[in-house]
Design a protein around this ligand. Structure first.
Ligand code: ADP
Ligand code: MG
Length: 727
């Protein structure tokens, strides 16, 4: 008997909500569990404090003596707050977070028990690295990976554990994590953008990349999720007939948050704020049971850590509320998937957002410089940017009619399009006084409208300018933001370096005035990067045809998309900026391909299991019920029974047909898997995409038809209407 589904539904009625008292104000909670500047002032000597601050702000090294002093202060702070353990907290290439806890506990040679934690434990640890993906970077018998403290992301206290954000590198120095290349890319953009910003203001000495992510997710009752092997093992539904009511009424978006969900979100926000994650916005998303959380933006490295930490905390707190969080990019067929928009900008240490249009022609030239260079960078590296968001999950979402397509383009809105179109027409390198006024008028007159007028938006664009920042919308909800952020910051850094070289040549060799030189180069960039700008509807075939004409890449799946990671262009990019060497680049490529292949493999196995072990037996059981019924009718009516058994015999026949079809498709899919499994890396991934994966929808179609035929009482898996509407 399919008890699980009904037990699960039954449980929901009885469940009492976890009481949670969240009356404390966000301002009081914020960072109360973070070893932040305030705590450092209190627990560190003036010298140690300056040491850490210089490490954070200028990248200075911390020597062993200072590290000891800092560790002591940190330990005192943590112990006072009830810490029992400490852990280096890092993000291996699985994309998730990893931690290894050690107790504040040591036995000295003379038998005393002490709570030891000094500079050595703070600065460096050696967790066993053999079980993290390494793409052949390190032989397993030399499984040495080191975690090393990243002082730019403050330590925090979670579950009585002092967590120290760290990078994770092999003993040979190669990065085994997401953070290391990100930090290097952020360094690169800092130096490149500072150089360019100094054309406009000599006082600028640092430029920070900022990131504000928007995390989308589904919340499903934990018992219902547990009754579905596909949700449990793959994070998404591999089958399930559409619910009669889906999202067609648009009644969920920004609707009132269901009370059980709100209780969860309140506790989540409470924990997040204490951990220093500046969560600010919560709302219902378009799909039923889909929600979004967004923070105040932060320095990009910190924002990346905070997103990874939030995802972790979300899952932990969900358990207390008997929810399962689905981060998958496409958990339900026919229903919107989940993304993680990455809002990105550049801020100077003089307090200026470089992507914010200004009030004077000069400030606007500065804005246009960073704006146009970003567009140019995206145009040059659209394939690499596409690769940075490629994953098995995102393949189901991109282009699925609610998410941006797999083609990268930039949307800037009608006002800025007009500005660029006009600038493009200015012929000689110089702006006439008249044109200068025009530029001023254009920018002053029009850009504030963009800031105020939020309707000038295009939801179908993967990379959109939204007033004072770019919004990279193609990022998937499960992604670690470090990957797309490393690429985006690297390509803009490279672009700004090239830009500065070109401008300087015009100034030095052609004796051009600085503004004219800048404008001259920008105007050429506008022309060169025109093909990446697209204001129209990103959904549908028209754009795909147009994109083909423009020679933009259309990399519809991960296997094709990932190739750009190891292209000559991207190797040059990362090596020139010292972000990754070719070995690290190749390793990442391998890891991502392998992960992709494994995910499709798991989905294929799970689908085969469910179809064979759940769907077919259930269908046959119901068929037997019908057969019995028909036999009974025959007993009563003799040869005339058929007149009374039309529907039954029809269903009996349909069931047999569908069961036979499912069975043979599973056999074929298993064969395809066998063939794929003997291939290596790329061809294996290709075979999984082109062969194995192509069975998913075919098998699903028959299973979903059976769901409509078979008696509801017998159906073992929670249905879409239950997963999506019960909470
Ligand atoms: P929406 O895009 O949903 O309309 P907002 O534009 O208000 O919402 O902000 C979305 C996200 O953009 C938030 O996470 C916010 O922190 C972030 N954001 C705003 N300004 C910047 C900036 N200068 N740099 C990076 N992120 C930013
Ligand atoms: Mg947004």
């Amino acid at each position: 008997m399919p008890k699980l589904r009904f037990q699960a539904l039954h449980d929901i009625q009885k469940r009492t909500r976890v009481p949670f008292d969240a009356n404390q104000k966000p301002v009081d909670l914020f960072r109360s569990n973070v070893f932040d500047e305030k705590a450092m002032r209190q627990y560190l000597s003036a010298t140690s404090f300056d040491g850490v601050q210089n490490a954070i702000k200028k990248g200075d090294n911390i020597d062993r003596v200072s590290a000891d002093a800092i560790a002591t202060g940190m330990k005192t702070w943590a112990l006072e707050k009830g810490a029992t353990h400490y852990s280096h907290w890092f993000q291996p290439l699985t994309g998730a977070t990893a931690e290894k806890h050690d107790a504040f506990f040591e036995i000295t040679v003379d038998g005393h028990v002490i709570d030891k934690f000094d500079g050595a434990q703070l600065a460096q640890q050696e967790p066993d690295a053999s079980s993290f993906p390494n793409g052949g970077l390190r032989n397993t018998f030399e499984a040495r990976g080191y975690t090393a403290w990243d002082p730019t992301s403050p330590a925090f206290l979670y579950d009585n554990t002092l967590c120290i954000p760290t990078v994770f590198v092999a003993y040979t120095g190669e990065a085994l994590d997401y953070k290391t290349p990100l930090l290097k890319a952020l360094n690169a953009i800092d130096s490149a953008a500072t150089d360019v910003a100094r054309y406009f203001n000599k006082n600028v000495s640092k430029v920070t990349a900022t990131l504000g992510w928007e995390q989308e997710f589904f919340l499903i009752d934990a018992s219902l999720a547990a009754a579905r092997p596909d949700v449990t093992l793959t994070g998404r539904t591999l089958l399930g007939h559409a619910s009669a009511k889906g999202q067609q009424l648009d009644d969920h978006y920004f609707g009132s948050i269901p009370s059980r969900v709100l209780t969860y979100l309140k506790e989540l926000e409470y924990e997040s704020l204490r951990l220093g994650i500046p969560v600010k916005t919560r709302h219902n998303e378009v799909a039923p049971n889909q929600f979004e959380i967004a923070p105040v933006f932060e320095e990009a490295n910190l924002a990346v850590d905070h997103n990874a930490l939030l995802m972790d905390v979300m899952e932990k707190i969900a358990q207390r509320h008997h929810f399962k969080v689905l981060f998958h990019e496409k958990p339900f067929e026919g229903i919107n998937g989940s993304g993680k928009h990455n809002n990105w900008s550049l801020a100077t240490d003089t307090g200026v957002n470089l992507l914010s249009p200004g009030s004077t022609p000069m400030k606007n030239l500065q804005f246009l410089t960073f704006f146009i260079n970003t567009i140019k960078a995206v145009c040059r590296h659209e394939e690499l940017l596409r690769a940075s968001i490629a994953s098995a999950g995102n393949d189901y979402r991109l282009g699925a009619n609610e998410a941006p397509p797999a083609i990268i383009s930039v949307f800037i809105g009608s006002q800025l399009t007009n500005v660029l179109n006009e600038l493009e027409k200015v012929t000689d390198g110089k702006l006439s006084p008249q044109e200068k006024t025009d530029l001023k008028l254009n920018v002053i007159g029009k850009i504030p409208e963009i800031l105020l007028d939020n309707t000038d938006r295009n939801r179908t664009s993967p990379f959109a300018f939204t007033g004072n920042k770019f919004e990279f919308r193609a990022v998937g909800a499960t992604a670690n933001c470090a990957n797309p952020m490393t690429v985006l910051n690297a390509i803009v850094a490279q672009q700004l370096i090239d830009f500065k070289n070109e401008v300087d040549i015009l100034i030095d060799k052609k004796d051009m005035k600085k503004d004219d030189a800048i404008f001259n180069v920008l105007r050429e960039y506008i022309k060169e990067s025109k093909k990446i700008r697209f204001e129209g509807d990103g959904y549908g075939d028209t754009w795909e045809k147009e994109a083909k004409k423009r020679k933009l890449s259309i990399n519809n799946n991960t296997v094709v998309a990932l190739k750009a990671r190891i292209s000559k262009n991207s190797v040059i990019l990362f090596e020139d900026l010292s972000i990754m060497n070719s070995v690290e680049i190749e390793a990442r490529y391998e890891i991502e391909l392998e992960e992709y292949t494994k995910r499709i493999q798991i989905e294929s196995r799970v689908l085969g299991d469910i179809a064979r072990n759940h769907i077919i037996p259930t269908a046959l059981r119901y068929q037997n019920v019908l057969i019995k019924n028909v036999q009974g009718l025959k007993n009563i009516y003799g040869e005339e029974y058929l007149a009374f058994a039309k529907a039954q015999t029809h269903i009996i026949k349909s069931i047999s047909e569908k069961v036979a079809a499912i069975d043979s498709l599973i056999v074929e899919m298993t064969e395809a898997r066998k063939k794929a499994n003997i291939l290596t890396l790329e061809s294996k991934a290709e075979a999984y995409t082109m062969q194995v994966k192509s069975y998913f929808l075919l098998i699903r179609k028959h299973c979903d038809k059976l769901e409509l035929l078979v008696e509801d009482e017998l159906w073992p898996l929670p249905k879409y209407r239950e997963l999506l509407f019960v909470n």
